[in-house]
Design a protein around this ligand. Structure first.
Ligand code: G1P
Length: 262
């Protein structure tokens, strides 16, 4: 299995959908049960054999860096954390491009810290296991009402294994979506991605879109059939708390009683 030592974590967003909580604490540090979201992301990265998280932030000493350093012995093999600054909010593609000099010329992962997956070992680790030279994305089926919230992959869902991606559309209207397979926020890229990002202008929403550069790559999709929570939204964060709370042997009976009596 190829080793993927570095994962880029775009963490420069303002968390506007989660105000007022994000006026007090950065989005990546919002709590799911008793751990901040970034802790689950670090655990998922460690399960994939990752050694270093490269945070893309608005400032050089973000609170999330202090948290990861304080917990650095919590994740086997994952003990290095670095920060690159995104000076201006030009979009996800621009955020990833800022990491180019730190990532270098090796394949690397990208994990969006808004998204928590269950089970975590079917996330980044599944991409690392499937990697055979071409870039990969994790996709999961979503209902048609949610298609316009995601990048949607044009690929043949009836096959087993890695699905060749014919195209991608960022946040399509349901009647323009090429499939029901959404990009979940886990990516494994060859460094060629940076070349396309560097020469690309703004796309959807006037931002430099990661999705647009991805359409230039030989790309495969790995299907994820677990559960996916957008913790940048109120509903997603509360559902993630329920998922992890109900999997905690001490909390589960208390939560079930509470839910049945509310
Ligand atoms: C981003 C990506 C989108 C992806 C989504 C996953 O959108 O642009 O392709 O499906 O994350 O959460 P955002 O949620 O940042 O608007």
């Amino acid at each position: 299995m190829t080793q993927i030592p570095k994962v880029v974590i775009p963490a420069a967003g303002l968390g506007t959908r989660m105000r007022p909580a994000t006026l007090a604490v950065d989005k990546e540090l919002l709590t799911v049960v008793d751990r901040p979201i970034i802790d689950y992301i670090a655990m998922e990265a460690a399960l994939a054999g990752v050694e270093e998280l490269v945070l893309v932030c608005r400032e050089s000493r973000p609170a999330v860096l202090g948290y990861l350093q304080a917990r650095s012995d919590a994740w086997p093999g994952l003990s290095r954390f670095s920060v690159v600054v995104q000076e201006r909010p030009l979009g996800l593609g621009d955020a990833v491009l800022q990491s180019r000099s730190v990532v270098g010329a090796a394949p690397f992962g990208v994990m969006l810290p808004d998204v928590l997956l269950y089970p975590p070992q079917a996330g980044m680790a599944a991409l690392v296991q499937a990697f055979a030279g071409n870039s990969l994305i994790l996709v999961n089926p979503v209902p048609s009402a949610q298609l316009s919230a995601y990048g949607i992959a044009d690929c043949d869902d009836t096959r087993e294994g890695v699905l060749p991606v014919r195209g991608l559309v960022e946040k399509p209207e349901p009647d323009q979506a090429p499939s029901n397979l959404a990009v979940t926020g886990r990516y494994l890229f060859t460094p060629e991605l940076f070349e396309w990002l560097a020469r690309q202008g703004s796309g959807h929403n006037d931002e430099v879109q990661l999705t647009d550069a991805m359409t230039r790559l030989e790309l495969g999709a790995v299907r994820f059939d677990g559960r996916c929570y957008d913790c940048g939204s109120r509903a997603g964060l509360v559902q993630a708390v329920l998922e992890y709370g109900l999997r905690d042997p001490q909390l589960a009976p208390i939560l079930r009683t509470a839910l049945s009596t509310l």
